[in-house]
Write a protein that binds this ligand. Structure first.
Ligand SMILES: [Zn+2]
Length: 335
């Protein structure tokens, strides 16, 4: 594993490579939304900092430091991620374990590295770290991660070199999906990429969940009943379905988009072979054959699903957002 094995973020990689070659202690802060690859880049950066013979592509992968790092047995890295037992990391842990450890020399790596996820460090914990962040000893590098810069103290930000992860391009997202979900059909990958907002973690979740076949079948059954459903059914049964699948909301949306895509293909080329939902072909063909349904209406349905996805992003009222989507699809597809 080296920088080149991580997809995208060209300018970030060159900044990391020069930081590695400078062999200086310091504090870096990776910022970007959840799922943007902050952890993957932090790990690769840490490995390169600790490696005995790093190059422009990061860690050599061959030295003892790299071997121990790969095996997870190096004592020279400390990771402070989401605690299992509480919402935030305890201040006492920062004061009693992290701060004193930061003054000790690495046991055999070139550098000693601390990776701390600031999303789980409250104000007091951040304050407790300030002194260490300001003057890390010669052999120490702090790598901080944040998905929400507003929650980071200004005094922490001012002590760190910020490395912002850029949104990924569509092609990069598709490449990442292929690495993580090798069996993902290209149709699903394309839809997941187009609706991921350039965030790989989100695209991978969509691609993975989109492949749960039982769930897929249930979603298709529900979707294909929407045009003929009464308002009562939409607002009771279908809304309840959406609520039951709140944890899979992204998968539901992804499959809705794939169903709309199938309808568009069947509308354009009656009998089109390569649809995603082959099991539901009869119903899909019947719906696509309706004179009322055209690509403009199908486009509006896709727009309603995308609005739903946006609402999920900003934590809008889930029930209201899902009902708005169901009603809009019903309006566009009903006879
Ligand atoms: Zn190495």
């Amino acid at each position: 594993m080296a920088f080149s094995e991580l997809t995208g973020q060209k300018s970030v990689k060159s900044r990391l490579a020069s930081a590695v070659s400078e062999r200086r202690s310091g504090t870096f802060m990776f910022t970007g939304p959840v799922g943007s690859g902050r952890h993957a880049f932090a790990e690769e950066f840490a490995k390169a900092l600790m490696c005995s013979d790093p190059g422009i592509d990061g860690a050599c992968g061959k030295c003892d430091c790299c071997k121990y790092f790969g095996a997870g047995t190096t004592p020279d890295i400390m990771r402070v991620y989401k605690p299992s037992e509480s919402k935030n990391v305890k201040v006492s842990f920062i004061k009693e374990s992290v701060v004193p450890e930061a003054v000790l020399r690495p046991q055999f790596s070139r550098m000693k590295v601390f990776i701390l996820d600031l999303d789980y460090l409250g104000v007091e914990s951040q304050n407790a770290l300030l002194k260490s962040l300001e003057e890390p000893p010669a052999h120490v590098v702090f790598i901080l991660l944040s998905s929400n810069r507003d929650m980071v103290l200004d005094t922490v930000i001012s002590r760190a070199t910020e490395i912002k992860l850029d949104p990924y391009t569509n092609d990069e997202i598709i490449e990442i999906i292929k690495k993580h979900v090798p069996d993902c059909p290209s149709q699903t990958a394309a839809i997941a990429a187009a609706n991921s907002g350039g965030v790989p973690g989100k695209a991978i979740a969509m691609a993975e969940q989109g492949e749960d076949t039982d769930l897929k079948r249930e979603i298709a059954d529900m979707f294909l009943d929407i045009p003929e459903a009464s308002y009562l059914k939409l607002l009771n049964d279908d809304a309840a379905f959406m609520n039951d699948h709140k944890a899979d909301a992204v998968a539901v949306a992804c499959n809705f988009l794939l169903l709309i895509d199938d309808l568009m293909r069947l509308k354009g080329v009656p009998g089109y072979k390569n649809i995603t939902f082959t099991e539901h072909r009869t119903k899909l063909e019947k719906l696509a054959g309706s004179a009322k349904i055209d690509n403009v209406r199908l486009g509006k349905c896709a727009g309603a699903v995308k609005d739903f996805l946006k609402a999920l992003d900003v934590n809008a009222n889930y029930d209201a957002a899902s009902c708005a989507m169901l009603l809009k699809i019903h309006e566009e597809l009903k006879e």
